[in-house]
Design a protein around this ligand. Structure first.
Ligand code: 3PG
Length: 217
């Protein structure tokens, strides 16, 4: 599996600053979902470690699709970070900031988006050497006003708001200059996946890309 850098991701996010989440029980479904997202213009995808099959799903996407950057979400421990990297994940996302997990990724130059929601957490991330963090749960943690307040203090920090982001508020989040990309599960609705309606997923991806283009002409 080729390694990617923070710069590669940044370039991807300039084209489409949206990271869809996949939570799947079946690698075949995960592949179809990833391809549907890619068809709609979103090719940086996070597979969350919230099902027993998550690692298999991640590996399947990494091996059986091309042009997709797959990352691992909900990574809670160093062991899990090690596992996901060995199964094809190219970046790591955590709901919170755990220094050893962040350090593990930093030591290997693996892009990590560790979750933060307070000034103290962002400052700790900064002290560890992180310059990009997840802002989670974005909507409940104060949304755009909180993000603006944090951004005014941590001028070098870039944020990936996730948690409560949707087509309704994507433009507002992306209008904040410090936002590198937004993440979310709204692009992969359970109902559509259950009935195999992958077109619906492609349409949601197309809509998100269009919203992003309008928010960042
Ligand atoms: C995450 O893991 O980042 C969140 O569960 C995503 O939140 P959402 O489901 O509200 O998009």
């Amino acid at each position: 599996m080729s390694e990617i850098t923070a710069q590669t991701l940044e370039a991807k996010f300039q084209a489409a600053p949206v990271v869809p989440l996949i939570q799947a029980d079946d690698p075949v479904v995960a592949i179809e979902t990833a391809k549907a997202l890619q068809a709609g213009g979103l090719d940086v995808i996070e597979v969350v470690l919230r099902t027993d099959a998550a690692l298999d799903c991640m590996e399947a996407i990494a091996k059986e699709t091309s042009g997709i950057i797959v990352g691992a979400g909900t990574v809670l421990t160093v062991d899990q970070a090690e596992q996901v990297l060995s199964r094809g994940a190219q970046f790591v996302v955590s709901p919170g900031l755990v220094d050893p997990v962040a350090q593990y990724c930093l030591d290997r130059s693996v892009p990590i988006f560790a979750g933060t929601m307070t000034a103290g957490e962002v400052q700790r991330a900064y002290a560890l050497g992180l310059r990009t963090v997840k802002f989670f749960p974005a909507k409940l943690a104060g949304g755009v006003p909180m993000l603006k307040a944090l951004s005014s203090v941590f001028r070098e920090m870039r944020f990936m708001p996730t948690g409560g982001v949707s087509a309704e508020n994507l433009s507002e989040f992306l209008a904040v200059p410090s936002v590198i990309a937004c993440g979310g599960s709204w692009l992969t609705p359970k109902g559509s996946i259950e009935v195999g309606d992958y077109n619906a997923i492609t349409k949601l991806a197309i809509e998100a890309v269009a919203l992003a283009k309008a928010a960042r002409p």
